[in-house]
Write a protein that binds this ligand. Structure first.
Ligand code: ADP
Ligand code: MG
Length: 683
């Protein structure tokens, strides 16, 4: 056998065009499928398998389950109708038990592929019994030259194709490539091969040509495990690297700012908040950079934890930065932190796309005994000690090049689930290994967390502060809207406020017109109560004015797009109405619902939705039944699948060919474990 690979070239990197039988046209078709090398071809995952050892007699084909049958072409023909504009091509197969009509609508060229007397494999389920018929089945003509070992009498792979590429040709190519290159399919990490799963070589063989259908699934699991392992080794390896090389800034603080801060706060921290702060303080003083994720359901009080963490860094003479996903939230945090921090002598700066502002403390506002930090006494910019302490708040504008604070000790990212992994990394690269605290209200099931946040330690605030009014959730159809408005007016009449969330998620020009119209309707409908409108396209001053008016109860109702989804905190607002709720994900609705029930009054979340289908009803019922963000996330994940559920969070994750973030939780756990053991063993 001649060697295709040039010496020194990794054999699996051999271009497919080097294989006999792969000319430029075929190579181009394969490239359209992303297949350029032998290695890529051998990982081309079949779409499904056909067990061609157990063909189903045509007489026993059913409506419910797709099956493979085989018959001989006894008649075929193309019928045109509507003056030739429409057509149906029909092929009649007979296998001795019955006849089967295969039909293709408006695909006249199908007739080119078949001839009288051909033996045809057909896959599908019946759409009718009189006659037995399948519309648009998948078919394969059996050729006399077919090697039975490849195409017939076996569990045969059916691959994703591209135009012009025949199934049988691709299957034979994979067969030949396997025969020739199987020896090069070595274990990527010999010490790590899991004994209960096939070897990598066996898995790749069984992926294409399994002895039994179940073997294909075990092969998939092995290949999925390898993918998860690659990811875990990268994540955990990076973390190990960081801890080995980065000496971190001592940021645990000395309480001189936190003490007066907590005194004027107006409430006691909950036990959960205190416990988390203890973990954070330990990290900040540990000598290696903190990488911590704080999970806490909406309203659990993460902002105060962020504030205390920032104060620890500031007490230690370092600066802190806090990044949030929306301008509205940035404005709100700016107001909150200015109120909290300026009396302590801390400067608060705001940097968003729209503006830059600062709130400077009054002179001599330094709290605590250690009044003048060293720099004030002319000690120079030696580690720590800057005058005055500074917190910078902002949106992703903070990541942009201009912002490189001196002595950045701590980076906090609020509502991390709205950012991508890449943005987090970008932010931390500023300064000298600052500590990182990321906060999220979207509880991610543990295994997903391992892939998304595998490099982070996790803290959880598992209790809401006491004294919250209960929140009731109702799902209603649109006919009930008049009653709903009546209810809302009654709540407004006793002084409460309401959010009305407008369904559009995007903010294009048409949507803008629609929401403006909705605003006019609503203002009329609810008069004399005052309605404000906020959306992502408002200019900063307008937006701030509306939010300030709503906060101060000068507006009774806020009509908003999903810009208010995260973080907005107005305790007197107790009613949330979401129209067209069926258009939102459950986790998103739960976030929106987090806008209410923040004060002592009972809250009401009314989801008006198109409830035509039982599924829609069932889905929203989850929200009526539970306020537990974890359960809601799980339900959302199961309903929508990880791709949509994770959305932007997933950016930064590699695409998985074999792994499935939802189904493969056991494998993910295992990869996490194996990677940890492996890294502990290898220096
Ligand atoms: P989230 O975790 O959603 O960011 P916030 O930090 O906005 O929640 O807190 C929600 C509300 O609860 C705020 O009004 C905040 O001041 C209040 N809060 C936070 N911690 C406590 C506490 N320990 N006791 C009482 N109220 C608290
Ligand atoms: Mg928050």
């Amino acid at each position: 056998m001649s060697h295709v690979a040039a010496p020194g070239v990794e054999p699996l990197s051999t271009p497919l065009a080097a294989l006999p039988g792969v000319g430029p046209e075929r190579a181009a078709q394969l490239a359209r499928l992303g297949l350029r090398t032998i290695g890529e071809l051998l990982l081309h995952r079949p779409r499904r398998y056909e067990d061609r050892r157990r063909l189903v007699p045509i007489a026993r084909l059913g409506r419910d389950q797709a099956a493979v049958a085989r018959g001989t072409v006894v008649a075929l023909g193309l019928k045109r109708f509507r003056g030739g504009a429409k057509s149906v091509f029909e092929l009649i197969l007979d296998d001795g038990t019955a006849r089967l009509h295969c039909r293709w609508w408006n695909l006249p060229y199908m007739q080119r592929y078949f001839a009288q007397g051909d033996v045809v494999l057909v896959y599908g389920k019946l759409c009718g019994f009189k006659p037995r018929a399948i519309d648009h089945p998948e078919t394969e003509v059996v050729e006399e030259t077919d090697e039975p070992s490849i195409h017939l009498n076996r569990v045969a792979p059916v691959y994703p194709l591209t135009e012009g590429l025949p199934q049988r040709w691709l299957r034979a190519l994979v067969w030949r490539a396997l025969a020739r290159f199987e020896a090069h399919l070595t274990e990527p990490r010999p010490g790590l091969a899991p004994p209960d799963l096939p070897s990598r070589a066996a898995a790749i063989r069984a992926l294409h040509f399994p002895a039994e259908t179940a073997d294909a699934e075990r092969a998939r699991q092995r290949l999925a495990l390898d993918e998860f392992l690659d990811l875990q080794l990268a994540i955990q390896g990076r973390r190990k690297q960081l801890f080995a090389h980065a000496s971190s800034l001592p940021c645990a603080g000395d309480n001189r700012l936190i003490k007066p801060f907590l005194k004027q706060l107006g409430f006691e921290l909950t036990a959960a908040q205190t416990a988390v702060l203890r973990e954070i303080r330990r990290d900040l003083g540990s000598g290696r950079p903190m990488r911590r994720l704080l999970q806490g359901d909406v309203g659990s009080g993460k902002t105060v934890v962020a504030a205390c963490s920032a104060l620890m860094a500031l007490e230690s003479g370092y600066r802190a930065a806090l990044m949030v996903p929306t301008e509205i939230l940035a404005d709100q945090h700016f107001a909150t932190f200015s109120r909290w921090f300026t009396p302590l002598g801390v400067e608060v700066h705001l940097r968003t796309g729209a503006r830059r502002t600062s709130s400077a403390p009054p002179p001599h506002a330094q709290a605590g005994s250690d009044a003048g930090p060293a720099a004030a006494r002319g000690a120079g910019p030696a580690p720590g000690r800057l005058n005055p302490p500074q917190l910078t708040l902002g949106t992703h504008a903070l990541i942009e090049a201009g912002f490189v604070p001196e002595n950045l000790g701590l980076v906090i990212i609020d509502e991390q689930h709205k950012f991508g992994v890449a943005q987090r990394e970008q932010f931390v690269r500023k300064g000298h290994y600052p500590h990182l605290l990321v906060m999220t209200a979207t509880p991610i099931p543990r295994t997903l967390g391992l892939t998304l946040y595998g490099d982070l330690d996790i803290s959880v605030i598992d209790r809401l502060p006491a004294g919250r009014g209960p929140v009731k959730t109702f799902v209603r159809s649109a006919e009930r809207l008049p009653k709903v408005w009546e209810f809302i007016r009654a709540k407004l009449a006793i002084g409460r406020q309401a959010y009305v969330v407008y369904p559009r998620v995007t903010e294009g020009d048409d949507d803008l017109k629609a929401v403006t119209k909705e605003f006019e309707n609503l203002s009329q409908q609810l008069a004399p109560f005052r309605v404000g409108l906020v959306h992502g396209r408002l200019r900063a001053e307008q937006r701030e004015r509306v939010m300030a008016d709503f906060r101060a109860n000068r507006l009774n109702v806020l009509l908003a797009t999903t810009v208010i989804e995260v973080g907005v905190d107005v305790p007197n607002a107790t009613v949330l109405l979401v129209e067209n709720a069926e258009q939102f994900g459950l986790a998103q609705l739960h976030q929106l619902r987090g806008r209410i029930g923040r004060g002592g009054h009972p809250g009401y979340c009314i989801l008006v939705a198109d409830l035509q289908t039982p599924e829609a009803r069932q889905r929203l019922k989850v929200l009526e039944e539970t306020a537990d963000g974890f359960r809601i996330s799980e339900a959302d994940l199961n309903l929508r699948g990880p791709g949509e559920f994770l959305g932007q969070q997933q950016s930064g994750l590699p695409p998985f060919r074999f792994g499935d973030l939802q189904r493969d939780r056991v494998l993910i756990e295992r990869a996490h474990q194996l990677a940890a053991e492996w890294l502990a063993r290898t220096p």
